[in-house]
Design a protein around this ligand. Structure first.
Ligand SMILES: Nc1nc2c(ncn2[C@@H]2O[C@H](COP(=O)(O)OP(=O)(O)OP(=O)(O)O)[C@@H](O)[C@H]2O)c(=O)[nH]1
Ligand SMILES: [Mg+2]
Length: 202
């Protein structure tokens, strides 16, 4: 994991959750702390967030270059900073709301990197590629900038169809059960607390 840069995008409004979901507690730790723990082994840690919002030791705060423009804009900022600080490198890009991510999850994705690959994504139970909790190479930054300049805001646009590898859901469930569970609402969190096994609700 040392050769990965970790980036957590944490500038959302949690409008569906009703209060800042990054600070919500699950098993005595915040959701943000759970996600950060999954990336403890990476070489460089970036938190894309409005300045001063969180105190996350070991993580370097990185302000949005296009504040409030969503996770695709946060990915642009992360790829640019990763390239500037570490050169051409893979970025493990996560949201604040996937507390079941683990180092084993990221290792499973990292195994799919290759010379002609620019993004690696997990497939959910419906075989849909998951754009958060995915790997993106810094060489995608110019394409992401062009997409944003053209008005694109969907994170899923970042993964180039011809250069994206996917990891089957069955593999994900074997190495890191429930890793894709995503907390968008209070009910999603309650389901996790109860050990429920809902599909990701993004
Ligand atoms: N840095 C940054 N992160 C963002 C931005 N918008 C959303 N995110 C993050 O993207 C991730 C996934 O977004 P959502 O699950 O929709 O979270 P959200 O936008 O806070 O929640 P809703 O308001 O309910 O959509 C979360 O980790 C958010 O914090 C943004 O403009 N900048
Ligand atoms: Mg979400």
């Amino acid at each position: 994991m040392q050769d990965l840069v970790g980036a957590i995008t944490a500038g959302g409004r949690s409008s569906r959750f009703g209060r800042d979901k990054a600070g919500a507690l699950l098993e005595g730790r915040t959701l943000l702390a759970h996600v950060a723990a999954s990336l403890e082994g990476v070489g460089l840690r970036l938190l894309v967030v409005p300045p001063g919002r969180y105190d996350l030791p070991g993580w370097r705060e990185l302000p949005d270059t296009r504040p409030g423009q969503g996770p695709l804009a946060a990915l642009e900022a992360a790829l640019a900073a990763a390239q500037a600080q570490a050169g051409p490198v893979w970025v493990a890009f996560a949201g604040v709301d996937m507390p079941r991510l683990t180092p084993a999850y990221w290792r499973a994705l990292a195994q799919e990197r290759g010379p002609d690959v620019r993004a690696v994504q997990a497939l959910d139970a419906q075989h849909r590629p998951q754009p958060l909790a995915a790997l993106y190479h810094t060489s995608l930054r110019p394409a992401v900038t062009a997409q944003l300049d053209a008005g694109e805001r969907r994170l899923r646009a970042a993964a180039p169809p011809g250069a994206t590898r996917t990891v089957p859901h069955a593999v994900i469930e074997t190495v890191s059960p429930g890793a894709l569970q995503n907390v968008n609402t209070a009910d999603d969190l309650a389901a996790l607390v109860l050990g429920g096994d809902r599909p990701p609700g993004r």
